[in-house]
Design a protein around this ligand. Structure first.
Ligand SMILES: [Zn+2]
Length: 445
C-alpha cells in the first residue's frame, strides 16, 4: 500500500489535503492524473446508469438540506446520541438503552445482546454528521448538516422527478455527489475519508417485486465492475447478516475487493423496503404514494439501492492496475530492469497517449509538436521531450498511459511513427496521419 500511495503522489494522482500545513486527517486531493481517472470512472458509471437506460433519470441535489431530512432519515437520532460499544460482540447501543444493566464502562455494565459483563465501553459522543450554521446567527435554530449520504437528496426529489420526467414505477434516480462523515476511525488512504464522493442509484419498485429487482441490480453492478477490468478473483460478495442489516432493510450485499489491507466493501446493493419514502411522508406531511393506473391501486414504492463510493472504486482500480514486473531495457542496453506499471483499462487511463521526439534535433520536435497538437483535439495526450526514451516510457508506465508515440529518424522519410503498447512493449509503425483512427480503435471498450 505504501508503494501505491507513493506512486500516487509522485505521478500526481492523489495528494494529502493541505500538505504544506502538515495535512488534514483523512482528507485527500486529486491531482492532475487522479482527477482524470476518477472523472473517467464517474462518466462510465453515469453513461451506464443514466444514458443507457430509459428507466433512470439523473439528479444533482444540494449538499445542504432541510434539517428535518436528517430527522426523517434517522441520522439525527442515530448519529448524535452517546453510544456504547460491546468489546465482546461488537454491538453498539445508545447509552440510555433501558436494556443495559449496570453502568457502561464499569465492571457491572452488562451487554444486552451477548450478556457479557464489563465489556461495554463508557458512553462516547458519535457525531458522524458535520454540523454547520446557516445564516448570520450561530444559534440552534440555524444548525444544518453537511449531508452524510446522497440518497436523501433523491428521496426528497422523488415526486419532482416522477412528475417532470413522466416515468412510471419501476424507475430509478441516479446521482453522483459529495458526502461528509466525521468518521471516528478513518484511514487506509482514500478508502475511508471524511469527505467522499458517492455514485448512488435508487430504484423505486412495486412492493412484492423488490426481491426480483434486487437480484437484477446485483447482477448488473457486478457486470459493470468486472467491465472496469478488475480481476475476478479479487472480487467477492458479502451478504449482511441479521446483526449487520439496518433495522428497516430487507436484504443487503456488499461487493468486496481484496485490498492490500484486506477484503473490504466498496459498493453495496440494498433492498430498503418502503422505509425511506414512508418516513419522508410522515415527517413532511406530503403524500409520496404512487398511483398505479393499470390496477388503480396506491402504494408507497420500495427502494432497491446501488451505492458505490467513487473514491473507493478509484482505489480499487488503482490497486488492481498496479504491477511491478521485470522487462527489457528500452534504451537498447542488454539487460532487464524492474518497472512499475499501471495496467489501467485504456478507457480509464488519465492520459491516452504520450508523444516523444526520439532526440531533440533533425526536426523531430517540430513533427512531435504537430502530432501532439493534432491528437489533443480528440484525446488527453502528453508531450515529453526530457531524458532518454526508456525513462520517458517508464514515467508513462507509472501514469498508466496505454500508448507511447515516438518520432524517430524514419519519420522524415516515410511519415510513420512508432506506437508502443504499454503492456506488451511491442512497437508498430503507424502513418502519422492515421494516428487518430489508430487510437480510436485501440482505446474503445
Ligand atoms: Zn455484547
Amino acid at each position: 500500500m505504501e508503494k501505491l500511495v507513493s506512486l500516487a503522489k509522485r505521478r500526481g494522482f492523489v495528494f494529502q489535503s493541505s500538505e504544506i500545513y502538515g495535512g488534514l486527517g483523512s482528507v485527500w486531493d486529486y491531482g492532475p492524473l487522479g482527477v482524470e481517472l476518477k472523472k473517467n470512472i464517474k462518466e462510465r458509471w453515469w453513461r451506464s446508469m443514466v444514458h443507457e437506460r430509459e428507466d433512470i433519470e439523473g439528479l444533482d441535489a444540494a449538499i445542504l438540506m432541510h434539517p428535518k431530512v436528517w430527522e426523517a432519515s434517522g441520522h439525527v437520532a442515530g448519529f448524535t446520541d452517546p453510544l456504547v460499544d460491546c468489546k465482546h460482540c461488537k454491538n453498539r447501543f445508545r447509552a440510555d438503552d433501558p436494556k443495559i444493566k449496570g453502568t457502561p464502562g464499569q465492571p457491572d455494565g452488562q451487554c444486552p445482546a451477548c450478556g457479557t459483563k464489563g465489556t461495554l465501553t463508557a458512553p462516547r459522543q458519535f457525531n458522524l454528521m458535520f454540523k454547520t450554521f446557516m445564516g448570520p446567527v450561530e444559534e440552534d435554530a440555524a444548525v444544518i448538516f453537511m449531508r452524510p449520504e446522497t440518497a436523501q437528496g433523491i428521496y426528497v426529489n422523488y415526486l419532482n422527478v416522477l412528475q417532470s420526467s413522466r416515468q412510471k414505477v419501476p424507475f430509478g434516480i441516479a446521482q453522483i455527489g459529495k458526502a461528509f462523515r466525521n468518521e471516528i476511525t478513518p484511514g487506509n488512504f482514500i478508502f475511508r475519508t471524511r469527505e467522499f464522493e458517492q455514485m448512488e442509484m435508487q430504484y423505486f419498485v412495486k412492493p412484492g417485486s423488490d426481491g426480483e429487482w434486487f437480484e437484477f441490480w446485483r447482477a448488473e453492478r457486478m457486470k459493470w465492475i468486472e467491465a472496469l477490468g478488475i480481476r475476478k478473483e479479487k472480487l467477492r460478495w458479502h451478504q449482511h447478516g441479521k446483526t449487520e442489516l439496518a433495522h428497516y432493510a430487507k436484504d443487503a450485499y456488499d461487493i468486496e475487493y481484496e485490498f492490500p489491507f484486506g477484503w473490504n466493501e466498496f459498493e453495496g446493493i440494498h433492498n430498503r423496503g418502503d422505509f425511506d419514502l414512508s418516513r419522508h411522508q410522515e415527517y413532511s406531511g406530503k403524500k409520496l404514494d404512487y398511483l398505479d393506473t393499470t390496477t388503480n391501486t396506491r402504494f408507497v414504492p420500495n427502494v432497491v439501492e446501488t451505492s458505490a463510493g467513487a473514491d473507493r472504486t478509484t482505489l480499487v482500480v488503482l490497486c488492481d492496475a498496479y504491477r511491478e514486473e521485470a522487462v527489457k531495457n528500452e534504451d537498447g542496453a542488454d539487460k532487464e530492469e524492474l518497472r512499475v506499471v499501471l495496467k489501467l483499462k485504456p478507457e480509464l487511463a488519465p492520459i491516452k497517449a504520450a508523444v516523444f521526439p526520439l532526440v531533440n534535433k533533425d526536426g523531430m520536435p517540430d513533427v512531435g509538436r504537430r502530432v501532439y497538437d493534432d491528437l489533443r483535439k480528440r484525446f488527453n495526450v502528453f508531450y515529453d521531450d526530457g531524458g532518454s526514451i526508456g525513462r520517458r516510457y517508464r514515467r508513462q508506465d507509472e501514469a498508466g498511459t496505454p500508448f507511447g508515440i515516438t518520432i524517430d529518424g524514419q519519420t522524415s522519410q516515410d511519415q510513420t511513427v512508432t506506437v508502443r503498447d504499454r503492456d506488451t512493449l511491442k512497437q508498430v509503425r503507424v502513418g502519422s496521419g492515421a494516428l487518430v483512427d489508430y487510437l480510436k480503435d485501440h482505446l474503445a471498450g
